[in-house]
Design a protein around this ligand. Sequence first.
Ligand code: HEC
Length: 133
Amino acid sequence: MKHAQWLLALAILLGDLPLWTNSAAAQKEVNDLMKKKLEQSQKILEGIALSDFDKISAGAGELIQVSKAAEWRVLKTPQYEVHGNEFRKAAEAIIQNAKAKNLDGATLAYVDLTLTCVKCHKHVREVRMARND
Ligand code: HEC
């Protein structure tokens, strides 16, 4: 019996090994994508500060692309989906306001966007803490 348990544990361990290497590469892709998110949102802020509507639109457009990447879906919870939708909606509102050359509107939408960053990260932390990983 003991022996069988040990074999089972070994089988699980070995079976998981390729998964670990896979997930290390996948994790890097996720990190790169998430960093891109920060860069593009900084670009939007720069655009807002300089009233550069093209820069604002370009940054928000990139953010929408980022949110459509497969690596974006780190968690499969409904709440994560909601935060992702709000992120996209805020980015779209930024583009609309930039097109209308409405700096105040773009700034407000940027604040909304920033709130979605914080809310989603909070959700991710809570889920991970609960799962203890
Ligand atoms: C829908 C959820 C969601 C939204 C919205 C979101 N993020 Fe993230 N973000 C994540 C997740 C998930 C991670 C962690 C990825 C991991 O470590 O597995 C992350 C990680 C990061 C990281 C760390 C990257 C690294 O090197 O580990 C940065 C920086 C970041 N996000 C910036 C932002 C900014 C800026 C915004 C808003 C403009 C934002 N995020 C909005 C889900 C989100």
